[in-house]
Design a protein around this ligand. Structure first.
Ligand code: GDP
Ligand code: MG
Length: 366
């Protein structure tokens, strides 16, 4: 399961700088055979302090965090959906991602040209969003062309679909994204089938200057982005792409020291990764043995056999049961055997919904 977040934004807002920080911080790709090999794709490990704690407790030979991908998607400029700039190649790239990180320029730097001549994050956001909306409008209109006639002839399915398409079209004509449209569960299913760009969840990444990172209260651009995002129910995180690329070059203690010097607790990149993980509705469970302590990614609400399937399809096919202990219970007990003695290790079956932080041992038979 390779989950991908696409980095979008106007030219010169700091996408590649941020992306380079991502690849610098880079995960060891050998651990993630399912990930794409592509110069525009960076694999990141998801920071998780629980994994460190489990490693301390179990002392395994190897510790493997869970990971997902960021893709640097260049080429969106005003008119891009109509073929300006690199044209609409970016559309197919965005279609493939699960979520969008939208980088917005909130830094002043006269040496760095802004495509529209001035820093104005809301205008920038709207330029990008409009290109995506126009692309979606085209998708919806094409589809309407197919189902409208059938809907008029009172075909039940076509009528239901037409209703959804019409709602979406109205929203797009008002320059609103698909994710802002209220749909019932059934309608959502229909809408999902259209693979719309503006249905994907968005995280706004406000790129601020070096000297503002610690205290952004004076940065009115960031305030505006926050207000805008709140209006559509999206999250904002603040980074300084330039500093991120410096942080990413360091590791271990050096990195800690540099963060301390800067007076920040967590790098913007780590915040971005965590926010994107949450945005995608993802959770983590762990396996913990002497060979390996490892984090695995699932969608929240996943049942035990499917969670096992993330490790190997055989685990899902031959699933018998899961031995589960909650993270807090295991840490409180101090060891797996103590947790067992305390009755904290449960036997769960096929219908068990895996909880974030569960440590699981799967029993299977193939
Ligand atoms: N001062 C400053 N410059 C930055 C920052 N982030 C990016 N830049 C500069 O802006 C220019 C464009 O950045 P780039 O990442 O290539 O933008 P992209 O076109 O969105 O990929 C480069 O010269 C970067 O060094 C930042 O946080 N502060
Ligand atoms: Mg770039």
């Amino acid at each position: 399961m390779a989950l991908t977040t696409g980095i979008v934004g106007l030219p010169n807002v700091g996408k590649s700088t941020l992306f380079n920080a991502i690849t610098q911080a880079g995960a060891e790709s050998a651990n993630y055979p399912f990930c794409t090999i592509d110069p525009n794709v960076g694999i990141v490990e998801v920071p998780d302090h629980r994994l460190d704690k489990l490693t301390e407790m179990v002392e395994p030979h190897k510790t493997v965090p869970t990971a997902f991908e960021f893709t640097d998607i260049a080429g969106i400029v005003e008119g891009a959906s109509k073929g300006e700039g690199l044209g609409n190649k970016f559309l197919s790239h965005i279609r493939q991602v699960d979520a969008i990180s939208h980088v917005v320029r909130c830094f002043q730097d006269d040496n760095i040209t802004h495509v529209s001549g001035s820093v104005d994050p809301i205008r920038d956001i709207q330029v990008i969003n409009l290109e995506l909306i126009l692309a979606d409008l085209e998708t919806v209109e094409k589809r309407i062309g197919r189902v409208e006639k059938m809907a008029r002839q009172k075909d039940k399915e076509a009528m239901a679909e037409f209703e959804v398409l019409d709602k979406l079209r109205t929203a797009f004509e008002e320059e609103m994204p698909a994710r802002s449209v209220e749909l019932t569960k059934e309608q959502m299913k229909i809408a999902k089938g259209l693979h719309l760009l503006t249905m994907k969840p968005v995280l706004y990444v406000a790129n601020v200057s070096e000297d503002e990172l610690l205290d952004v209260s004076g940065n009115e651009y960031v305030q505006k982005v926050r207000e805008f995002a709140a209006g559509e129910g999206s999250e904002v995180i603040v980074v300084c792409a330039k500093i991120e690329s410096e942080i990413a070059e360091l590791d271990g203690e050096e990195r800690e020291e540099f963060l301390n010097e800067l007076g920040i607790e967590e790098s913007g990149l780590d915040q971005l990764i965590k926010a994107a993980y949450k945005l995608l509705g993802l959770e983590t469970y762990f396996t913990a043995g002497k060979q390996e302590v490892r984090a695995w990614t699932i969608h929240s609400g996943t049942k035990a056999p499917q969670a096992a399937g993330v490790i190997h399809t055989d685990f899902e096919r031959g699933f018998i049961r899961a031995e589960v202990v909650a993270y807090d219970d295991l840490i409180a007990a101090g060891s797996m055997s103590a947790a067992k003695d305390n009755g904290k290790v449960r036997l769960e079956g096929k219908e068990y919904i895996v909880q974030d932080g569960d440590i699981i041992h799967f029993r299977f038979n193939v």
